[in-house]
Design a protein around this ligand. Structure first.
Ligand code: ADP
Ligand code: MG
Length: 738
């Protein structure tokens, strides 16, 4: 060791202090990531300066020129020398001010950053001055003394040649789509929130020659107004504005959450493919993926057309509940009690959508008999003649069903109209609606969902409140091995079995979404009989030779026949499509963005034939849901995990040498291959992909969905699904002692 040390020391990289200009440029690249980030910062400055009119001109997607002019309070002459130095601001003087900050800026970094990656010129005039000043900046410093000039009220900031000194960034931006649409988008968002400010955004006159009549048409043009809806109409158009519902919520319980929210959300008539979510938290334009996703789930579950929503929402919280300093571009903020707030908003949106949906259906169906009474209560009593039926309506829809995008409105209702008694004759339009639904859906007469509701009730009654709390509040740390995930809840660490958890979640999802699944279309329909044969071969029955194969064939044939007989029910309730030739072509979506491991289809089909109780309705639904749960669960992929000991599996074995080397009977790859390389690269990369996808799904689908939907049964507290491994307090104590 000692002898090797000097040699090693020579090779070790030397640590040196970076030149300040390099540091500044690196930091600038982070604050100003692309032209649209510069525009956002400049507009925020204008808003902070109490402007009532802000106009933006953008040339070449912002790379050539960004110019923001406002009529705000201007910048004092004596502040101009340090205006563009890093960390100079008029908005904050001590750290504690951050707790109550109302302005959008506070770091004093935006203008400075722009001068490190572009050429900045400021023209400004303050109240009562006869003339203004103009000065240009580079690398944080004034290039010359401010020059007196004529100026109109406010400030104009011009940024030219953005990223002129960051060749790679400039190239990527030039190659990608122009930032202009992003800039228009940001300004549109500001415009509908700050309705007392008028905004405009356009390209400079010269590049507008292609426009009709050569006129300088602005792409955003909003005038100050007193009505938010008017602002939305003028910016996003009538088609958006006429399909909005006003929404308001608040909570004022410090032990739970304190907030006020108001906004507009699209109704069921609004059908688009992409979500628009305009979110302001304490007047800051921010993004909140968790909230957006929670609302998207509600929309896709509640609205028959599974449309994506338009949402404008402004949330106000006590400033000390918001940490604004968590993102370099201030794009995200962190909130106290975020989960509670999201859940509250989610439930509200859901009930509003459900109401708007229900009353719409009602009006459509009873228009002749009682046009003036669009009563929801009335409507529900039609739908649920039995007491247990009415219970099913209480389960929040976002936790229960998802409608198929191709289905007509009110499909769930159609199921429940089993025996509408005298209502059936009430009017012809109702009958027409129903029969068209029947035709399309080939609806069976026996749609009694009581048994499903009973199974859901069991889930609810067996829910373990302690585990529920862990599931809802925990932070996912990572996978500890192939099966256990490490979770943190308060100061405790837990190991949680993701296979058990996902199996249970999928099972519950099948029952909650019962008969309302979106479909996964298989790229090629799969012959049941062959798949079942495959599964049987893997099971290795205790029989020999041809006799064995014959028996397997018989079992496969019988199971196929059975499933073909049940095809209608499987399709109707579980979205499992089996055609008359015995091919499987569709499977249900249990969780958005998740497809099960298709390697498990044969095993699943065999299980449908063997393990499902087809006699008793409730048992049948339960065993089917369990079979689906097991199929969709996030089992470790069949290929061994290449990031652990499993890597050995992919090592090539020498031609002709002991084929049992790898110790696994299924491992016969590479036996006939001459060695060129050490590993089976193709297989290895396939394994890396499937394991990577599984990790992604666990983190981004399983845990977020569990938070929303899973009711962990009490059994999970004792069957090893959750194991408490350590308390952080104790661990810290141990670390302290070290
Ligand atoms: P921050 O907004 O975080 O304070 P900036 O670098 O964005 O940092 O701006 C620095 C300072 O320049 C601001 O604090 C503000 O006093 C002043 N300023 C910037 N833009 C304007 C403007 N359009 N009108 C008036 N003052 C401005
Ligand atoms: Mg600023």
């Amino acid at each position: 060791m000692d002898i090797e040390a000097p040699e090693e020391a020579k090779e070790l990289p030397k640590i040196q202090r970076l030149d300040e200009s390099v540091v500044n440029r690196i930091a600038a690249g982070e604050v100003i990531q692309r032209p649209v980030s510069a525009v956002k910062e400049l507009v925020e400055n204008s808003l902070d300066a109490s402007s009532t009119s802000i106009s933006v001109v953008v040339k070449d997607g912002g790379l050539k020129l960004i110019q923001v002019s406002d009529d705000g309070h201007g910048i004092r002459h004596e502040d101009l020398p340090i205006l563009c130095e890093r960390h100079t601001t008029s908005k904050l003087s001590k750290y504690e001010d951050l707790q109550s900050i109302k302005s959008m800026g506070f770091r004093g970094e935006a203008l400075a950053s722009m001068t490190y990656v572009g050429h900045v010129t400021v023209t400004t005039i303050t109240k009562g001055q006869l003339h203004g000043y103009r000065v240009s900046y580079r690398d944080g410093m004034m290039e010359h003394e401010p020059k007196a000039c004529a100026a109109v009220k406010g400030t104009q900031i011009m940024v030219e040649n953005l990223f002129y000194n960051m060749i790679a960034r400039r190239k990527t931006l030039q190659n990608s789509a122009d930032d202009y649409t992003k800039i228009v988008d940001v300004l549109s968002r500001f415009a509908i929130h700050h309705i007392d400010v008028s905004f405009s955004c356009r390209k400079p006159f010269l590049s507008l020659l292609c426009y009709q009549h050569g006129a300088a048409r602005a792409d955003v043009h909003s005038v100050a107004t007193s009505s938010r809806l008017d602002a939305i109409r003028s910016v996003y158009g009538l088609s958006v504005a006429r399909n909005l519902i006003k929404i308001e919520a608040s909570d004022n319980d410090p032990s739970r959450s304190v907030f006020e929210m108001d906004g507009f959300i699209s109704n069921s008539n609004y059908v688009v493919k992409k979500t628009t979510m305009v979110l302001f938290i304490n007047d800051r334009l921010v993004e909140c993926t968790a909230l957006k996703r929670a609302l998207e789930i509600v929309y896709s579950a509640t609205l028959p057309k599974a449309s994506k929503p338009f949402i404008y929402m402004s949330i106000i919280l006590p400033p000390e509940h918001v940490d604004v300093n968590v993102h370099p571009t201030k794009r995200e903020v962190s909130l106290l009690n975020q989960e509670v707030i999201i859940e509250k908003i989610q439930s509200l949106v859901e009930s509003m959508l459900r109401n708007s949906n229900d009353s719409r259906t009602f009006q459509e169906q009873t228009v002749e008999s009682s046009p003036s009474v669009p009563s929801i209560t009335n409507n529900e009593s039609h739908l649920n003649p039995s007491p247990s039926g009415s219970k099913s309506q209480k389960v929040p829809v976002h936790k229960m069903v998802r409608t198929d995008s191709s289905d007509p409105a009110g499909r769930l209702h159609a199921y429940l109209y089993k025996k509408p008694q005298n209502h059936l004759e009430m009017n012809s339009s109702l009958t027409a609606v129903r029969s068209s639904v029947r035709q399309r859906r080939n609806l069976k007469e026996t749609a009694d969902l009581t048994s499903v509701q009973e199974l859901i009730d069991v889930i609810d009654s067996k829910c373990h409140s302690g585990l529920l709390d862990i599931v809802r509040q925990c932070t996912y740390v990572g996978m500890a091995d192939d099966v256990f995930a490490l979770l943190q809840h308060n100061t405790h660490l837990y190991l949680a079995n993701v296979v058990n958890l996902s199996k249970e979640l999928m099972y519950q999802q099948v029952l909650r979404r019962f008969a309302h699944f979106n479909a996964i279309q298989l790229s090629e329909s799969a012959p049941l009989q062959e798949l079942i044969m495959l599964a049987l071969k893997e099971e290795e029955l205790d029989l020999e030779g041809n006799e064995n194969d014959d028996l397997k064939m018989k079992i496969a044939e019988m199971n196929t026949q059975l499933l073909k007989q049940k095809a209608e029910m499987l399709e109707e309730y579980f979205c499992i499509f089996i055609d008359s030739d015995g091919n499987l072509s569709r499977l249900p979506i249990l969780l958005d963005q998740y497809t099960p491991d298709m390697d498990r289809v044969p095993e699943f089909l065999l299980c449908l034939g063997n393990d499902v109780d087809w006699e008793d309705e409730k048992n049948c639904f339960q065993s089917l849901a369990a079979a689906l749960g097991n199929f969709y669960a996030m089992h470790p992929p069949l290929l061994p995990n290449p990031s652990g000991e499993g890597l050995e599996f992919y090592r090539k074995r020498k031609h002709g040498k002991n084929p049992q080397d790898a110790g696994k009977s299924s491992c016969d790859i590479g036996d006939d291959i001459e060695i060129e390389d050490e590993f089976e690269h193709e297989l290895l990369s396939e394994a890396e992909t499937v394991w990577g996808q599984r990790d992604w799904s666990i983190q981004h689908v399983l845990f977020p969905s569990m938070r929303l939907f899973l009711k962990p049964p009490t059994s999970m507290a004792v069957n090893g699904t959750f194991v408490r491994v350590a308390s952080l307090e104790k661990l810290y104590k141990i670390f302290e002692r070290c």
